[in-house]
Ligand binder design. Structure first.
Ligand code: FE2
Length: 501
C-alpha cells in the first residue's frame, strides 16, 4: 500500500476497508480531512461490509460536487493580523513575432539549441564541455574515440533488439546515438541511462557522451539542461500564496457554489480552516479564466454565458469580493480570448472594462511574479498534453510528473508543433530563470512535488468533470485550492466542495 492510501486507511479505521483497486493516483491532490468526512458520511447508514473501491470513491467525489452548500452573501471581515505590505514584481514575456518563413523557424530553433546548450555546459559539466564536438566534425575520428555532442532530438525509435536509437541534430549535421537495452549484467548507471533515454522527447535539447562505433555513437551519459539543486527559499513573514487555475467562468460546469464558498472563506466569514485563509497574501490564477467562445465545436450548448465580454464581467464580479489587500495575478490559457500561440500576452484592455480593482494584475502566459522574494513561474500548461503522450509512465492523474520533466528540460513546451508557439528570434518558452515555485493548470487535476528545491504545484480547476474528460477517463479534482505557506513551507489543499458551517 502506498502512502496516501495508507493514511486514508488509518483515518477510516472502523468505518470502511479500502479495496486493493484504489490507487494513490485516485486520491492525488485530495484534502484527506474532507475526503474522510465525505466517506464517513456516505457509509453512515450502510450495513457491513463497508468497502471503499474506485467506483464508490468516484460516486462520492461526484456527490460532494453536487451537494456543495451555498452560503449567505460574503461579508468581509478584518484580519486578526494584517499582513505586511505586499512587495511584488511582475515579469511578463514580450511577444515578438517574426515571419513564418523557413529562415525564421531556423532562427528560432537555433536560439533554442544555443541557449540550452549553454545551460548544459554551464551546469556541472566542465569535463563534458571539453569533449563536446560539432556533429559534422565527428567523421574525422576513429572508432573507439570518446566524445560529446549537444543537439536537438530529431527522432527516437526502439530497434528490433530493444535498444533505443536517437537521431540528434545540431547546426552542422545529425548523429545516430545508440542506448543499449540493459542486460542482467548491466550496472545501475546503465539501467538509469536507458530509462532516461526512453524519456527522450522530440525537439528537446540534450548532451550525450559516448564512444564512436560507426555509424553510431554508443552513449554512456545523457545530460539535460536541468535545474541546480538548491535549498527551498522561504520567507521570514508567516504568509501564504494560493494557487488557482481553470476557473472556466461562463461554463455550465463552472462550480459557482464552491467558488462562492471560497470567497466566503477568504473573507474569513466561515470558521472552516480560517487559520489558513488569514495568511494568504497573494493569489496566482494560471489561465482558462473563462470558458471562452468557439474553443471547441458546439461549445454554445455548454455555456451559461454566451458573450465573451459578459464571461469576463462575471469573472471580475466574483474576484471583486477578494479582499483588497490580497494581490491577485492572472494569466490567460487556451480558453481565453486571444491568440493560442504561446507566449500569450496579458489579457487585452477591452475585456477589463469592469475590472477596476487595483489588486488584480494581468500577466503573460507564461509569466514570472516575484512575491516577497519568492519567484513564481506560472504557465497555463498547454504543453503538458504532448509531454504526457511523449513519455511512458506519465499520466493525467499525476500532473506533477509531467511538470517535473518540463523542469529538467528547462523548456516549458519541449515538443514543437503540438501546441502553437509564437515564431520569434528568441525562444521565450525556455526557463531562463530557475523558479522557486513552478505553477501550472490545464489538466484540471491537483498535484504537487519538490524537485531540486523548486516546488511544483498544479492547481486543478473550478469546473466539474466535462463530457470530454468522461470520454477520456480523466478524473479532475475540482474546487480544491492549494495554499503554500512560504515560512513553514507547508502546502495545504483546501477543499471547497462542502463546508459544514
Ligand atoms: Fe482548463
Amino acid at each position: 500500500m502506498v502512502e496516501v492510501v495508507t493514511e486514508l486507511a488509518k483515518r477510516l479505521n472502523g468505518i470502511a476497508i479500502i479495496s486493493s483497486d484504489l490507487q494513490e493516483s485516485d486520491l492525488q491532490g485530495a484534502d484527506l480531512e474532507s475526503i474522510t468526512a465525505y466517506i464517513t458520511n456516505f457509509f453512515k447508514d450502510e450495513k457491513s461490509p463497508k468497502i471503499l473501491n474506485r467506483d464508490i470513491l468516484e460516486q462520492i467525489m461526484q456527490t460532494r460536487i453536487q451537494e456543495a452548500i451555498i452560503h449567505e452573501p460574503v461579508i468581509q471581515k478584518p484580519r486578526v493580523t494584517p499582513p505586511a505590505p505586499s512587495n511584488f514584481s511582475i515579469r511578463s514575456l514580450e511577444v515578438k513575432k517574426t515571419g513564418a518563413k523557413a529562415a525564421d523557424f531556423a532562427e528560432y530553433f537555433n536560439n533554442r539549441l544555443e541557449r540550452l546548450k549553454a545551460m548544459i555546459i554551464a551546469g556541472r559539466n566542465v569535463k563534458f564541455a571539453e569533449v563536446v564536438k560539432d556533429i559534422d566534425s565527428i567523421k574525422q575520428y576513429m572508432n573507439g574515440r570518446e566524445l560529446g555532442i549537444i543537439g536537438m532530438v530529431y527522432d527516437k525509435i526502439t530497434t528490433k533488439n530493444g535498444h533505443i536509437l536517437a537521431t540528434i541534430e545540431d547546426a552542422t549535421g545529425t548523429a545516430k546515438i545508440l542506448f543499449l537495452k540493459p542486460s542482467k549484467e548491466s550496472s545501475k548507471e546503465q539501467i538509469q541511462l536507458f530509462s532516461e533515454a526512453d524519456k527522450l522527447l522530440v525537439d528537446e535539447v540534450v548532451g550525450v557522451r559516448g564512444r564512436i562505433s560507426a555509424p553510431f555513437i554508443m552513449a554512456n551519459t545523457l545530460i539535460r539542461p536541468d535545474i541546480p539543486i538548491k535549498q527551498r527559499k522561504r520567507t521570514e513573514e508567516d504568509m501564504s500564496i494560493a494557487f488557482m487555475s481553470d476557473v472556466h467562468a461562463g461554463s455550465k460546469l463552472f462550480l459557482e457554489k464552491q467558488f462562492r464558498n471560497f470567497l466566503k472563506w477568504i473573507n474569513l466569514s466561515t470558521s472552516y480552516k480560517q487559520d489558513i485563509a488569514e495568511k494568504i497574501k497573494y493569489i496566482v490564477v494560471g489561465g482558462d479564466l473563462v470558458d471562452g467562445i468557439g474553443v471547441y465545436p458546439n461549445q454554445e450548448s455548454e455555456l451559461t454565458i454566451e458573450s465573451i465580454y459578459r464571461q469576463y464581467n462575471f469573472l471580475f464580479e466574483l474576484f471583486s469580493e477578494i479582499p483588497e489587500n490580497i494581490e491577485v495575478f492572472m494569466l490567460p490559457g487556451n480558453h481565453d480570448a486571444m491568440q493560442r500561440a504561446e507566449p500569450q500576452p496579458q489579457l487585452a484592455e477591452e475585456f477589463l472594462k469592469e475590472m477596476k480593482f487595483k489588486n488584480i494584475h494581468m500577466i503573460s502566459n507564461p509569466g514570472y511574479v516575484t512575491l516577497d522574494g519568492i519567484k513564481v513561474l506560472s504557465y497555463h500548461g498547454t504543453s503538458l498534453d504532448s509531454v504526457i503522450h511523449g513519455i511512458k509512465g506519465l499520466s493525467y492523474s499525476k500532473p506533477e510528473g509531467a511538470m517535473l520533466e518540463v523542469l529538467k528540460r528547462r523548456h516549458l513546451s519541449p515538443v514543437y508543433g503540438h501546441n502553437p508557439i509564437v515564431p520569434s528570434s528568441t525562444d521565450q518558452m525556455i526557463m531562463d530563470q530557475v523558479p522557486d515555485i513552478l505553477h501550472m493548470g490545464h489538466l484540471h487535476k491537483n498535484g504537487s512535488a519538490d524537485y531540486h528545491g523548486t516546488l511544483i504545484v498544479n492547481s486543478g480547476t473550478w469546473q466539474a468533470r466535462t463530457s470530454y474528460q468522461i470520454k477520456l477517463g480523466h478524473m479532475p479534482t475540482p474546487a480544491v485550492l492549494p495554499v503554500y505557506n512560504t515560512k513553514t513551507m507547508e502546502l495545504y489543499n483546501v477543499d471547497f466542495n462542502l463546508i459544514n458551517d
